[in-house]
Design a protein around this ligand. Structure first.
Ligand SMILES: Nc1nc2c(ncn2[C@@H]2O[C@H](COP(=O)(O)OP(=O)(O)OP(=O)(O)O)[C@@H](O)[C@H]2O)c(=O)[nH]1
Length: 337
């Protein structure tokens, strides 16, 4: 092939790659959530560039910590992503450039074994979020000659920039939404999301006559815990209570931090009697399970008020009723703690 023919062939290849990159960018721009974006991105790249496998290695700690909480780890995340120490991963990108190799043993411990088995060569493409390292996209090919240093990294760098921009957009939007609806200290949903949830339950109840109930929960003598052990310990108690409540309720029930040491649980499809049983179960749990604290255990008890929605009460009336029952329960329980 003459030099001119080589140049023309090279330019055609570049044009083809640029077109594929443009299609990928256009497709992912419309994604509304980070999960949708990542899923679409991985599928599109794998298909367009006919890769053997594609995977996302997430830097740990990540610049966006909520991404790594168990609640946000979907089945898709479990199958397609892996957390790797940020420092370890960044060693492959000294100048923030893609890393290419067909000595696949060099990535032992980084690339999941099931992918490494079929990989003749691999590329790691660094992705950043607002200039902070977020992780690496991992491409593998059976062909040992595909991802070698001869390939050059220009197109991969371009891809990385585009992905970083699209991902930043969607993650910032998601993070704002998260901050508006979740409590920073305990990680559980806040009062705003509670109001939205109760309004939805009320609509569902009025339309389909499905019952639902709410529990108003308050930690007993919480001020004393703060005063005796300090505010940090108080914070730990709130996180402990929030985590346990979330674990103890059913999958379609929801737990919210209402304010200070108060929590609300919305029990979907549950009548007053069922909610009453749930309330007893929660109170007993805390009696039997003091919080591990500084090589010892700290006793924590809660009081709980129950109210079932009849479809006629407004949200405020329903919460007021649960709060009144909480007050009565607290009066009874305060004799024993
Ligand atoms: N550590 C910590 N304390 C908080 C937080 N929010 C509110 N508080 C404190 O929670 C305490 C709540 O006090 P009270 O409502 O009197 O509750 P209590 O001491 O449990 O009283 P009873 O409910 O009657 O048993 C107040 O002292 C607040 O300062 C928080 O985020 N962290």
């Amino acid at each position: 092939m003459s030099t001119l023919e080589q140049l023309i062939a090279h330019s055609k290849t570049n044009e083809e790659i640029a077109r594929k990159l443009f299609t990928i960018e256009t497709e992912i721009l419309s994604c509304q959530s980070s999960q949708e974006l990542l899923k679409k991105l991985l599928d599109l790249i794998k298909e367009s560039f006919q890769l053997t496998d594609i995977y996302l290695l997430l830097a740990d700690p990540t610049p966006i910590s909520y991404l790594l909480t168990s609640k946000t780890q979907s089945k898709w995340h479990q199958q397609n992503t892996k957390r790797i120490s940020a420092t370890k991963l960044q060693n492959f990108h000294p100048n923030n450039l893609p890393y290419l190799t067909n000595d696949t043993y060099l990535v032992n411990g980084i690339v999941p074994q099931h992918l490494q088995k079929n990989a003749g060569s691999i590329a790691l493409v660094p992705v950043t979020l607002e200039g902070q390292f977020f992780g690496s996209l991992l491409f593998t090919d059976q062909n040992p000659n595909r991802f070698t240093t001869d390939l050059g990294t220009f197109h991969l760098e371009q891809l990385a920039v585009k992905i970083s921009l699209c991902l930043s957009n969607v993650l910032i939007r998601e993070q704002l939404e998260y901050m508006a609806h979740y409590d920073r200290l305990t990680g559980i949903a806040n009062r705003r999301l509670m109001e939205k949830t109760i309004e939805e339950e009320l609509i569902r109840q009025r339309r389909y006559q499905v019952p639902f109930s709410v529990l108003f929960i308050d930690c007993n003598k919480f001020k004393m815990i703060n005063d005796t052990y300090g505010h940090d310990c108080g914070d730990k108690v709130l996180s402990y209570v929030a985590t346990q409540l979330q674990e103890l309720i059913r999958e379609n029930d929801k737990c919210f931090r209402y304010a200070g040491d108060e929590f609300v649980v919305v029990l979907a499809s549950q009548t007053y009697q069922e909610a009453k049983q749930a309330s007893q179960r929660l109170c007993e749990f805390f009696i039997k399970n003091p919080m591990p604290y500084q090589n010892s255990h700290l006793e924590i008890t809660i009081s709980c008020g129950v109210a079932a929605s009849d479809g006629l009460l407004t949200m405020d009336q329903l919460l007021k009723k649960a709060d009144e029952h909480l007050y009565l329960h607290k009066k009874v329980t305060s004799r024993s703690y």
